[in-house]
Design a protein around this ligand. Structure first.
Ligand code: ZN
Length: 91
C-alpha cells in the first residue's frame, strides 16, 4: 500500500516498536510486525496485531504492570474470555 501519511512510497514488511500508555502505565512492545514506510517511517500494524497488542496490554495492566518493555508475541488463538476491553489506550 502507499503510505497514507506522506503518499510518497510503498510500505514494506518490517518490525516496529509500539508504546501503549494509559494513566500511569506505559508498555513498550518491540518487534511488532507492521508495514513500514521507507520514506517517512510511519508504521502500520494490521488489525489482528493491534487487537493482540491491546489484549496483551490489558492483561499486563490488570496484572499490575506499570513500565514494561516486552517482545511482541503473537497469540495464535484468542482467549475465550479476554479481559474487558478498555478503549482508552493511547498509541
Ligand atoms: Zn510515508
Amino acid at each position: 500500500m502507499i503510505c497514507l501519511i506522506c503518499n510518497e512510497a510503498e510500505t514494506l514488511e518490517g518490525r516496529t516498536s509500539v508504546v501503549l500508555e494509559r494513566d500511569e502505565v506505559a508498555l513498550t512492545f518491540h518487534n511488532v510486525p507492521a508495514r513500514i514506510c521507507p520514506h517517512c517511517g510511519e508504521a502500520y500494524a494490521d488489525e489482528a496485531v493491534t487487537a493482540n497488542l491491546l489484549w496483551q496490554a490489558e492483561s499486563l495492566a490488570l496484572a499490575g504492570a506499570k513500565f514494561e518493555t516486552l517482545e511482541y508475541t503473537s497469540i495464535e488463538t484468542q482467549p475465550t474470555s479476554p479481559p474487558e476491553r478498555n478503549l482508552h489506550w493511547q498509541k
